[in-house]
Design a protein around this ligand. Structure first.
Ligand code: SF4
Length: 77
């Protein structure tokens, strides 16, 4: 089962933690400086939100990133 991952770009403060903890899934959007889901897993991207579907094998790093985000901008379901 895939995980649904959603980044709230309005909340993201571009601290870079999720990029370093889980670079397979999260990267910096060069236009906004905020986080977006990488091309491999992205489903939808708009100015306020980036949504992706990620395989279970990456749940460890995705959950680490979500748990470490200082503004709780990453939701996993
Ligand atoms: S950890 Fe949170 S605040 Fe930091 S870059 Fe990632 S989404 Fe943005």
């Amino acid at each position: 089962m895939a995980l649904k991952v959603e980044v709230d770009k309005d909340a993201c403060i571009a601290c870079g933690l999720c990029w370093s903890l889980c670079g397979d899934v999260f990267e910096q959007d060069p236009e906004t400086g905020k986080t977006r889901i990488t091309a491999q897993y992205i489903k939808q991207d708009d100015p306020s939100k980036s949504t992706g579907e990620v395989p279970d094998e990456l749940s460890g790093c995705v959950n680490d990133a979500a748990g470490s985000c200082p503004v709780n901008a990453i939701k996993v379901s």
